[in-house]
Design a protein. Sequence first.
Length: 428
Amino acid sequence: MDATAAGMDVTAGPGVALSREEEFGRGWRVLVGAVLGIATGATVVVFYTFGIFLNALQSAFGWTRAELSAGLTLFQLALAAGCPIVGALVDRSGIRSVLIVGITGTTIGFVLLATAMNSLVVYLSLMTVTGALAAACSSIPYTRLIAVWFQRERGLALGLALTGTGIAGSIVPFIISKTVAAHGWRSGYLALAALLLITMPFILWLLREATVGRMASVSSRTVSSRMTLATVIRRGVFWQLGTAVVLQALAVPGLAVHFVPMLTDAGTSRERAAAIAGLIGLSVVAGRVLVGRLFDWLFAPRVAAVVLVLTTIGWWPLAEGTPGGSYIAAIAIGFSVGAEIDILSYLTARYFGVAAYGRVYGVLYGAMLIGSASSSFWVGAAYDHFGSYRPALVAATVIMAIATSLLVALPRFEGEQGESRPGGGLLR
């Protein structure tokens, strides 16, 4: 078992914690490896490139968009089901073997999608299996390693690592769209396979070089390393935090998916609506970094609650369809989408400790994925029923109000001693 598997905190020597400067000075390889790994993870690249393959596969096979979209749904459900298993494996065996299995498995999945897909059943089966394997190279192993290495600057480090999704969203679709346009959809899947295969050695090298010899004694402040998942789920804070992040995932992503239709229904041209929607991606990155930074300075649950309140206020201009207000709404929605993983990652580490991180995060992240996958469906269903997005905005506001109240009511971090510990400042 490697040191990260044991949940060990990073130290400069036995029992000596790294300073803020030393965390980044000595842990930059961990951070770069996590950014690269998250950016090229199958969970990210499948989501951002799905639309590119949708039209191509529809033209090639004549399947409906509903049938093709079922593939993404099965991918997400299999991913959610695999997350608790991966979390437990990461806690028990470390991240290296898990990442090798995940990256190699999803690479093979993309190759099979390119070479063996000849029916709808095969397509749906391959998407399901690939989704299950993708859990092993999702954010779980990377955020756990960040939580282990960074103690004083954990929020900022998590925020920076998770910008990998924004990097992927701005680069990978461009590459794949060019490939599909020039050489067809099969080449597009092979390009995804090549992307994962080429980056895997660099990811493993960066993470290995950064962690060899850097771990010392277990220092989980809130939960014993012997704490089992069964013990964790009996704690009220587990259900309180889990419900809050699932509700946020249920409310926000659907509004992001339906953002352009909301604007075009209000009379905005499709070109302008798409340009405004581009702000969502930029604010996702900004949200992750800024919220992570604030988590290191202030009491994180209340920072998260403020983010949710501002997001909810910010999206209400969509109900009026005013162009100026739409810019504010795009920023607000993207900011919240960017903050949700920061919230889950940071608070999991602080309330349950790094020794139990993989098990707890795997369960909560899987539940959050199910909420996120359901979000666009219920928003669309509300529009179909009422003929307007306003009822969906009302429902999302109520959902966010409940999530906010749960975050505000979260307890202090155990073992904290005021300003001397991370997150011990204002809003305490």
